[in-house]
Write a protein that binds this ligand. Structure first.
Ligand SMILES: Cc1ncc(COP(=O)(O)O)c(C=O)c1O
Length: 373
């Protein structure tokens, strides 16, 4: 016990020393430039009313799902919702997971086998890395968005080959060159798997995502769509063929060995999709992104990108933290992303824009950034 406690306190001490100790913060009254609620759905009164009026139709709903989907936890409502989501994203089938983290773990841990190869972008999300670690496949990492480097890895890959990318990277706010990656996947007969967590809702017709926007729906083996970001709710689906869905139901441990999400959660997802389809939610967010980028003065290290995630590089954990604190004191909820979450020297402010940010708020934030950076 003593040794374990010593290890714990030493690990925390190290984090404190390099200014990277994480701690939980409760809600605050600052202006939101931090959440993933890009379209404002999580706080939308209209969506809440839509959800409540739908809920009124199900007076006998069960609070909990009471089991795994394979046992008592399945119902026709969830299956219809999966079909509806698959249709919306122009996919043959969809399978629900309790979170995006679970979806990636569940997909990557069971699909590639010993002797197979998974090639992933170096900036891929932790949930994909963890899923790959659970598989027995060989893993190669290619330099971020570097097509030549990806091809080098493809040349040496053995067995069935999988490529894992995000359509929009959450720590840099930049996009994968999807068309080129899809071409390479075709050339090397690799299965391309794309995580659309941060593109869903923001890009494509009615927020169908970057794959739809690029016209590549037919070229992708599987997609992960999460509901906890622009859709303002919680959970995720893996999109792919009916056969893939059936394979996951049989072999994906993160799907099989867990209690299914409750009806309330699925109803919220259904309401969010209804709301997403009901009108154009995308123009507003893109106007704000454009406005923000116009106002930031030259000289500030603003990374390129047309997404709701805007990145300003401020090297050094202590400097990035200090700037974030100054911005927070002025009433804006902007967070610093520190190493080891990002590479040393590329510490940053991560500014998320939303439909609920007024133009005035964006202007005030930019004026402050221009003054202090
Ligand atoms: C790219 C990406 N994939 C998956 C996830 C996990 O999704 P969830 O928050 O639903 O577990 C995240 C969340 O941060 C993410 O950024």
């Amino acid at each position: 016990m003593e040794e374990i406690n010593y290890f714990i306190s030493e690990s925390l001490e190290k984090r404190k020393l390099n200014h990277s100790l994480r701690s939980l913060k409760s809600e605050n009254s600052k202006i939101d430039f931090c959440s993933n609620d890009y379209l404002g759905f999580a706080r939308s009164e209209e969506l809440r009313q839509l959800f409540l009026s739908e809920l009124g139709k199900y007076p006998d709903f069960r609070l909990g799902s009471s089991g795994s989907r394979l046992l008592a936890g399945n119902d026709s409502f969830t299956e219809r919702l999966e079909e509806e989501i698959a249709d919306f994203h122009q996919s043959e089938a969809a399978l629900m997971y309790n979170s995006g983290y679970d979806a990636n773990i569940g997909l990557f841990s069971c699909l590639p086998q010993r002797g197979d190869t998974i090639i992933s972008d170096e900036y891929i999300h932790a949930s994909i890395i963890d899923g790959i670690r659970l598989s027995h496949a060989q893993r190669y990492v290619f330099r971020h968005n570097d097509i030549e480097n990806l091809e080098q890895k493809l040349r040496i890959a053995r067995g069935r080959i999988f490529i894992a990318v995000e359509s929009l990277y959450s720590m840099d706010g930049d996009e994968a060159p999807l068309q080129q990656i899809a071409d390479l996947a075709q050339k090397y007969k690799a299965a391309l798997i794309v995580d659309e967590a941060h593109a869903t809702g923001v890009f494509g017709e009615n927020g169908r995502g970057l794959i739809e926007e690029s016209g590549l729906s037919d070229k992708i083996f599987a997609r992960v769509i999460t509901f906890g970001k622009a859709l303002g709710t919680h959970g995720a689906v893996v999109l792919g063929s009916r056969q893939l869905r059936s394979y996951l139901i049989n072999f994906s441990r993160a799907f099989i060995y867990t209690t299914a999400a409750p009806f309330l959660s699925h109803l919220a997802v259904k309401a969010a999709y209804t709301y997403l389809k009901s009108r154009d939610h995308q123009s507003g967010i893109h106007q704000r992104i454009h406005y923000f980028r116009q106002l930031i003065k030259p000289g500030i290290r603003l990374l390129p990108g047309r997404s709701a995630i805007q990145i300003i590089i401020i090297p050094g954990n202590s400097r990035a933290t200090e700037k974030a604190e100054t911005i927070q004191l002025a009433g804006f909820d902007v967070r610093a992303i520190l190493s080891p979450s990002v590479a040393q020297g590329s510490e940053r402010l991560r500014i998320c824009l939303h439909n609920h940010n007024s133009m005035e708020e964006i202007k005030s934030l930019c004026e402050l950034l221009n003054r202090i950076l």
